[in-house]
Design a protein around this ligand. Structure first.
Ligand SMILES: *Cc1c(COP(=O)(O)O)cnc(C)c1O
Length: 359
């Protein structure tokens, strides 16, 4: 029996993808082996890797001006790789602080460059995003970094910052492929796979070709964008199983109708959940309405003492992993691409019924 899994990451995968993977597991593509047992240099696997890149480029509209890389070390690895590749020691880099993941990115960047925090939403308790007109990089910055969707706080930008001539860098880990995005506005987009792209263990990096090739001395070769691009992300053994599964997820997104269809579906899911929260004083959401995430919905019970009961009864109803991040508590439903509308409806029905019994 499958449950509806609202985990923030690793997160639920499309059932069709899991079923296809199971079907092909022991004898992949007539090879008599599983995909995880074949050489990453084999013709068959190289075709899988290339097809994933082609699909991703098509879905997101990534032009030939960009490398598409599939790396290891997660988004957290990129927190270091970005300053190592794009800035020299002592260079200024600008960061926007909208919450937990911004802070981690800033902390790591400080080890490599001079970080200027050009906007910080501390005053609102990280329940807002900065005003678009107030945002600009510090003079001389090598890049401006921001987090389009804060997975823990449930705060999402409704706009793409204007960084002028300064390269714009964005951590899309928890919102990639959730809706169309104008890639040309960005110099670098990165995303750990385990929210919207597939399983953990692989990290997508989309980087403008003219920004690769300037890595500082001492940059590990597996994190040097130019070296990895030259080797088609196979300087060493890539996470082949994860790469294959990302490919299946991308095929699935295409079958759903691509990013416009994902956006319509995600908007409907989010609206339904936020409406249920808003309709009743029994539930609340701490995020400013204009900054509410389509992907991660934190919420509170008016009586927080009921949280353990809520979680237990939800689990019994097949709705799991609704606890908030350990750093903030409360409750949180992550409703990534692979969460069907039926899952959100099961949750909102449960919430109304729970309120009826305990409100
Ligand atoms: C999950 C997440 C990360 C961390 O990803 P890892 O792959 O575990 O390093 C970074 N940024 C955001 C926005 C995330 O949601």
């Amino acid at each position: 029996m499958r449950v509806f899994n609202f985990a923030a990451g690793p997160a639920t995968m499309p059932l069709e993808v899991l079923e296809q993977a199971r079907e092909e597991l022991t004898d992949w593509s007539g090879s008599g082996m599983s995909v995880m047992e074949v050489s990453h240099r084999s013709k068959a696997f190289v075709a899988v890797a290339a097809a994933a890149e082609t699909r991703l480029r098509r879905l997101l509209g990534v032009s030939d001006d960009y490398h598409v890389l599939f790396l290891q070390g997660g988004a957290t690895g990129q927190f270091a790789a970005i300053p190592m590749n794009l800035a020299g020691p002592g260079d200024t880099v600008s960061y926007v602080n909208t919450g937990a993941w911004s802070k981690k990115a800033i902390g790591e960047a400080r080890r490599f460059a001079e970080v200027e925090v050009v906007a910080d939403e501390a005053a609102s308790g990280y329940s807002t995003v900065p005003d678009a007109t107030s945002l600009s990089p510090a003079p001389g910055s090598r890049y401006l970094h921001y987090t389009p969707n804060e997975t823990i706080g449930g705060v999402e930008f409704g706009y793409v910052p204007d960084a002028g001539d300064v390269p714009l860098v964005a951590d899309f880990s928890s919102t990639i492929l959730s809706r169309p995005v104008d890639v040309d506005r960005f110099s670098l987009i990165y995303a750990g796979a385990q929210k919207n792209l597939g399983p953990a263990g692989i990290c997508l990096v989309i980087v403008r070709k003219d920004l690769a090739g300037q890595a500082r001395d001492g940059t590990p070769m597996v994190w040097d964008y130019a070296q990895m691009a030259a080797a088609d992300s196979m300087l060493n053994t890539p996470p082949t199983l994860a790469w294959y599964l990302v490919g299946l997820v991308l095929e699935w997104v295409e079958r759903q109708g691509g990013l416009p269809a994902m956006a319509a579906r995600n908007r409907a899911k989010a609206e339904q959940l936020y409406t249920t929260i808003e309709e009743s004083p029994f539930y609340s959401n701490p995020v400013a309405p204009a900054a509410r995430s389509w992907m991660n919905v934190p919420f509170l019970l008016a009586d927080s003492a009921l949280e353990p009961t809520f979680l237990t009864e939800a689990r019994e109803a097949g709705l799991v992993n609704l606890e908030g991040h350990r750093s903030v508590g409360g409750l949180r439903a992550s409703i990534y691409n692979a969460m069907p509308l039926e899952g959100v409806t099961a949750l909102t029905d449960f919430m109304k019924e729970f309120e009826r019994r305990h409100g």
